[in-house]
Design a protein around this ligand. Structure first.
Ligand SMILES: Cc1ncc(COP(=O)(O)O)c(C=O)c1O
Length: 374
């Protein structure tokens, strides 16, 4: 089954599309102004975005980069991850976190997930820690924060760093604190379908630690401490200024769009909760889910998917092949057994949840699903 990492025409043309990408005229005018000004590379909008995002997340520092993957790479570099180190990552996620670890010659160690929350299973961690383990990279999957208190306890006990993959969790809260402020360093994606976006590819790194920030920032800019003065190695992961214009606008409207996602989720959960085959998403007390995805667990997943497609309803399978079962990971000698992850891969289906959905579209989704189970 197709994975929707890249946007296709049918993703936007269905009766109820899985995504809806649009920009208001004022933002487009601001982008045009940046293009007219000639300030095409990193400039004042990037710097304003960094300040505004750090302020929103509740940390001292943010660095804007050109993808979530770049943000994770900068985060791992800042933490000093190197060849031979091991980093604990979930396999039930997008592959970027595991790929980034491999890029440093380090080894991603796949941890199973909790069936109810889809997030890293704290119980599966202790047996995977050894003297090579250097960090835990929890993913706040679908926009629900991972079990950070327990993860922090483990990290402290074993002297491990925590790098949050908050690429799906812009604005999500864990007991009053935002994702991206909970570990040593936080990483975000601004890919077009994310809750916060930038009109192309983009990412952000957040941290309270000035040294980690400095290391991440240098790495994102070829290690340049001043023009053509390179104090460390690095890459060009810089964000272009026109993308920062869109990201800033998207940050301004993030909370209200997240609230609409939450209202859509409540509607689905109320309407579909009583169908025996369906398990709706669970939100533990004290956590705020921002529903990057609204994902059901169902036994008849593939038949339901076919039914939705026939009724012009977009859906996503996040994720049909766990990372540890991808050919690239098998070839890297990383195949393992993760029973819950493997079962979820057969059961999950995500419904359209974006903030542009109209009531009639939500009703079309729920009545179509009810019809399937009649
Ligand atoms: C959980 C997770 N991690 C990392 C990434 C990588 O972000 P990007 O696609 O911006 O590189 C994504 C984006 O798809 C993601 O969903």
């Amino acid at each position: 089954m197709r994975q929707d990492t890249l946007i296709t025409a049918s993703d936007i043309t269905m009766k109820v599309p899985i995504i809806n990408l649009s920009l208001d005229d004022e933002t487009i005018d601001q982008v045009v102004n940046v293009l007219k000004s000639g300030m095409w590379a990193e400039s004042k909008n990037v710097h304003k975005l960094e300040k505004e995002f750090a302020n929103y997340i509740g940390v001292k520092n943010a660095r804007a980069v050109n993808s979530g993957t770049a943000a994770i790479l900068c985060g791992l570099h800042a933490l000093g991850i190197k060849r031979g180190d091991e980093v604990l990552v979930p396999s039930f996620s997008f592959i970027a976190s595991a790929n980034a670890v491999l890029n440093f010659g380090a080894k991603p160690i796949f941890v199973d997930v909790d069936r109810e929350t889809f997030n890293m299973s704290v119980d599966d961690i202790p047996s995977k820690i050894n003297e090579r383990t250097k960090a835990i990279m929890p993913v706040h999957l679908y926009g629900l924060p991972a079990a950070m208190d327990s993860l922090e306890e483990i990290a402290e006990k074993h002297d491990l760093a925590i790098i949050e993959d908050a690429c799906q969790a812009h604005g999500a809260m864990y007991h009053g604190k935002r994702c991206g402020s909970l570990g040593d360093i936080g990483t975000f994606s601004l890919y077009p379908t994310k809750n916060m976006f930038c009109g192309g590819e983009g990412g952000l790194i957040t941290t309270d630690d000035d040294q980690l920030h400095e290391r991440a920032k240098l790495y994102s800019n070829h290690g340049q401490s001043a023009k053509y003065i390179h104090s460390t190695v690095g890459f060009n992961f810089r964000m272009q200024d026109s993308n920062a214009v869109i990201a800033r606008q998207s940050l301004d409207t993030l909370d209200s769009r997240n609230q609409k996602r939450q209202a859509n989720a409540s509607y689905y959960t109320e309407s579909l909760g009583e169908i025996t085959d369906i398990e709706t998403p669970l939100v533990p007390d004290g956590l705020t889910h921002v529903y990057h995805q609204y994902t059901l667990k169902v036994q008849k997943r593939d038949a339901l998917a076919k039914h939705l497609r026939e009724h012009q309803i977009g859906f996503g399978i996040h994720y049909g092949i766990p990372i540890h079962q991808q050919q690239s990971m098998i070839d890297a000698g990383l195949s393992t057994k993760l029973p819950i992850t493997e079962q979820l891969a057969r059961e999950v289906i995500s419904l359209p949840i974006h903030s542009h959905l109209e009531q009639r579209q939500l009703e079309h989704v729920t009545s179509t699903i009810k019809q399937f189970y009649m």
